[in-house]
Design a protein around this ligand. Structure first.
Ligand code: SF4
Length: 532
């Protein structure tokens, strides 16, 4: 949205007619926007200089705290590290901010189309020339139903992919064009969150608390958050690194454990669950960003890894990337040349911007956590003193594929299962109840949008080697392995309840055999992340 607005601003100022179309898979703009969000407003000020930028934000940050949680209590950090000082920032709902920006984009002259899922890129050789929008009204047997509507082919001089983390179209473009050559693999986390209406006085509007420690084991990257929103609403969530070792790790169950901790429980007790959601987060930083451009193509936002894991922020960077891409595209269109050579100006502009400086200072943040929580925190502190250098004052620590960190159950017994407890339906809920609270809806009579390339691997290998971790890492109970051993052979099937899917992309990322591909379902379906 920021990129569309910037391009229309530039076109209007130059008196040129540039047509900008934004397509979105959700049924309404913002429906699929989910974040535990403290927003740095600097990009909003750049996009709307001199204007009121608070229309899409919630409360200004009133206070910061950092807690180290233990099973019995908490240790509050006497000082919050400067990098996590949120004075001047705003707590926000990404759902509401995106809606507000959607209105601004339309006012600026962009055409905004919700319920238009980009299904595949259109190519002319190695040049992207457009996007095919998914059909509506295809039955589960692949045949058109009476309400069939074919998706249009949208042709464009430049396609900008801001699909969020692990973008479906970006994945194909990066693989086809080798845009990640010589870069570290992207590594992700998954955030699971809820909104709670709580009795007055639990957390002030704009109060920001970040947590480390329990319930995550020391070898698992991540942490929690609690943000006080206007109207006595608490935004609470837990980030679990998708590079954990124990295949029985269940981010939804860990989130339940967070809410049960003695430091957290009193803040929610007597409250009411309003909304639930989950979303992957790109954590790899600068070294894991792919090349940002190709012939007729730019990658922006979470799709390109614009997220500062050390500051726990990405929205300002995602918006900035859209604006920088727009400025490069405007120049390229003016010259009548939208080749990769012309669009390389996007990367040049990025490298000259504050966004690059910020990401460069955090470039080794995530890689430091391969030594566990305390190693990661030490590495982060070292990075703050040395302009982002890692352990040994090395300029670049090596990144890693998250799924490859999973240890086979034949080598180490799963631990996480032992800590799980049944939901109490007061503070903690089962996955299906939470899916209900995400507003998720999919027509069941359509082809599944989760493609498992070879379910024989699930039966014959995964059952034995990893214990079918999809049943744990999916926060929406989509995957139900029904396999039994019979005289040395495995029988049964993997049941895929695709209509539960909250579009978090975790399965596409964390499957140990990399055989799950997430594609958009028919347009307008999926979660409705109201106020998330
Ligand atoms: Fe997330 Fe995949 Fe489960 Fe959907 S099926 S909720 S994308 S893990």
């Amino acid at each position: 949205m920021a990129g569309a607005i910037r391009l229309r601003q530039l076109a209007s100022a130059a008196g040129s007619e540039i047509s900008v179309m934004v397509i979105e898979k959700g049924g309404d703009i913002g429906n699929h926007g989910l974040s535990g969000a403290v927003v740095d407003p600097k990009t909003l000020h750049e996009l709307f200089p001199g204007e009121d930028i608070t229309g899409g934000l919630d409360a200004p940050v009133a206070g910061d705290a950092m807690w180290f949680l233990t099973p019995g209590g908490k240790i509050a950090a006497p000082v919050v590290p400067p990098v996590l000082n949120n004075r001047g920032k705003y707590v926000a709902s990404l759902n509401r901010l995106t809606k507000w920006l959607g209105t601004k984009a339309e006012e600026a002259g962009a055409d905004v189309f919700p319920a238009f899922p980009g299904q595949q890129l259109l190519w002319d050789g190695d040049r992207v020339i457009g996007v095919r929008v998914g059909d509506k009204g295809i039955g589960h047997d692949g045949k058109p139903k009476p309400n069939f509507e074919p998706g249009p082919d949208l042709l464009a001089k430049v396609v900008v992919l801001g699909e969020g983390p692990r973008g479906t179209l970006a994945k194909t473009a990066v693989a086809k064009l080798g845009l990640d050559r010589d870069r570290d693999p992207q590594v992700y986390a998954v955030g699971v969150k809820e909104l709670w209406q709580v009795p007055a006085g639990r957390l002030g509007a704009g109060d920001v608390i970040h947590t480390l420690g329990a319930p995550l084991p020391a070898d698992t990257f991540g942490g929690g958050w609690l943000y006080g929103m206007n109207g006595d609403i608490i935004d609470i969530g837990l980030v679990t690194g998708l590079d954990y070792a124990d295949p029985s790790t269940d981010p939804h169950a860990l989130f339940g454990q967070l809410k049960q901790l003695p430091a957290i429980k009193p803040l929610l007790e007597g409250g009411k669950l309003l909304r639930y959601g989950a979303k992957a987060i790109p954590e790899g930083g600068l070294h894991a960003m792919p090349r940002l451009y190709a012939d007729g193509l730019c990658l922006i936002g979470d799709t390109a890894g614009f997220l500062n894991g050390m500051r726990l922020k990405g929205i300002h960077l995602a918006m900035k990337s859209g604006m920088l891409a727009a400025e490069a595209i405007f120049g390229a269109l003016g010259k009548g040349d939208t080749s990769a050579a012309a669009l390389a100006d996007y990367e040049t502009r990025f490298r000259a911007s504050w966004a690059f400086t910020e990401l460069h200072a955090a470039r080794n943040f995530h890689a430091g956590f391969k030594n566990g929580l305390f190693g990661g925190v030490l590495n982060a502190a070292l990075g703050m003193l040395t302009g982002g250098r890692g352990f040994g004052l090395i300029d670049k620590l090596r990144g890693h594929e998250g799924y490859a960190c999973m240890v086979k159950i034949t080598q180490r017994a799963p631990q996480a299962l032992q800590h799980r407890s049944a939901p109490d339906n007061v503070l903690t809920f089962d996955k299906l109840t939470d899916v209900f609270n995400s507003g998720t809806m999919h027509d069941e009579d359509q082809p599944a949008h989760l493609h498992v390339a070879d379910t024989k691997i699930c039966a014959d290998r995964c059952t034995v080697e990893f214990g079918n971790p999809c049943q744990y890492f999916c926060p929406a109970q989509v995957y139900e392995p029904h396999f039994t051993q019979n005289n040395g052979t495995v029988e049964g099937k993997l049941q895929i309840n695709f209509s539960n899917c909250v579009h978090c992309k975790t399965c596409d990322i964390m499957d140990p055999y990399q055989i799950i591909t997430w594609v958009p379902p028919q347009g307008g379906e999926g979660p409705v992340y109201t106020n998330c």
